[in-house]
Design a protein around this ligand. Sequence first.
Ligand SMILES: *Cc1c(COP(=O)(O)O)cnc(C)c1O
Length: 470
Amino acid sequence: MHQNILRTIPSVNELLESSEISKLTGLYPRQLIVTAVRDVLEDIRQSLANKTNEMILPQPADLSPQKLYPLVHRALQQKFCGIEHAINATGIILHTGLGRAPLAEEAAKQIQNVLKSFCTLEIEKVSGRRGSRYHSIEQLVCLITGAESALVVNNNAAAVLLALDTLAACKEVVISRSQLVEIGGSFRMPDVMAKSGAIMVEVGTTNKTYLKDYENAITENTGLVLKVHQSNFKIVGFTETVDLKDLVSLGHARNIPVMYDLGSGALIELQKYGLPCEPTVQESIKAGVDVVTFSTDKLLGGPQGGIIAGKRKFVDLIKKNPLTRALRVGKLTIAALEATLRLYLEEEHVLNKIPVLKMILTPLDAVEERCKRVVSKLGSETKASMNISIISGFSEMGGGSLPGEGIPTRLVSLYSEKTNTEELAARLRENIPPIFTRIEQDHVLLDMRTVYDEEVDVIAVALDRIASQS
Ligand SMILES: *Cc1c(COP(=O)(O)O)cnc(C)c1O
C-alpha cells in the first residue's frame, strides 16, 4: 500500500507550478519555497519508508497540492520565520516577544527619511568637523529631564553595567535586599554587579530596609549607593524602603555617588491620567540623584536603548570608559530615539503620538468599539460556526512596568465546537500578518486595546477564512 502512495507523490516542479503553492510566491523568496517543498516531500517519503509518524500525512493519503499547501506553508513559517509585522491581540502592551514598544509614526518616518542615504551622524554641520553621535540625544534628555549630562547605550542592562563598571569596579556597592531584581530571565542584578567587578553589599531584609542599614554598611571601600526600582514585582504588607532623597543626603554627606536604576524611565506622570504611579526620571533628577539609568523601549515608547543621565561629573567619567565604545548605539537607534524624544517636548503630542502611551490611555468605550467592529464585520458562516462574545478583562503593561496593575479592557472571546482552542490560536498565528492572542478557560481572547484601528478588519477577514476552512 505504501508503494502505491509513493507513486502518487508529486514532483517538486509539479507542486511549485500548482496554483496553490504559487500563492506563496511573492510572500517568500522562491529559493525558500523550493527548499520547503523539498523538505515536505522528503518528510512524506521518510514517514512512508519508516511507516512511522504517519500523522503528518493528510488523511486519507491525498497528496494533492491543495492538501500539501498547509504543510508547505507551515514548514516555511517554522524554518524561515523572519521579523515581520504582527498583530498584538494579547493585551500585553510592552510584549518583549512582539518587540516591546512599537515606534511612533514620527520615529519610523525619521528612520526612512534619514537613513536611506548619508546622514549627519557624527559631523558638525556648521564647522564641518567630526562631532559626537550622542549630542542630539543628550540635549533632548537634559531638556526633558533636567539632567546635566546624558548618554545612550544599547539597552538599560548595558547602561547599568557601564555605570557600575565606571563608578564601582573593585569597590563595594550598597543595595537593599528587596531590590536584587531579575528582569526577563536574563538581567539579574547580582550577576550584572559581579560582571562589572563591583562587590555587592546587601543591606536590610526582604521587606524592610532603613536608612541606618545603609549608614552602617558604608566603609572606606564603598563606591556607590544603588537603588533599583522593583519594576516587575511588588512587596505588600509590612514594608519599609528608603526615599531616594534620604539616600542622596546620605551619599552626599559621605561623598559617595548615588545611582537609581529606574527600569522603565517614565517621562510623564501617569497618575495624572488615573494610572498607577511609576517613578519619573524628572523626579529622580530633582531629588538630586547622581546617576539614573532607564530603558528607552519601555514606557518611554522608543527604540531599544538605555539612557544614563545625571550629574556631569559622573556621566563624563562614564563617557570616557572604553566599554562605552563597545556598547554604543547605531544610527537606527539615534534617528528613532531622537524623533521619539522630540515628541516629549509637547505633552499633548506624547499622548496622541506615542503608541505605548496611547494604548494605555485608550478609553474603555473605544476598545469596546473595536470589539464591536470585529464582530460586525464577521460573515454569517463564521458567526454560525463559533461562539463569539465581547467580554471584560484586563490588559497588562508588561515589560516589567506597573506590575499587578491590570488596565480594564474589552475582549472578543471565541470558542469553536469544530476547532479546538489551541488550534484556533495557532491558525491565527499562521495568518499573514500573524495574530497573537491569549487563551483563558479554553477560549481564545482577542484584547482589542493593543490592536491598531487599521488591523481590526484584518482580524475579521482572518477569522472568516479560518471558519470557512474548518
Ligand atoms: C527592564 C529593566 C532593566 C533592563 O533593561 P533593558 O532595557 O531590558 O536592558 C534593568 N533594570 C530594571 C529595574 C528594569 O526594569
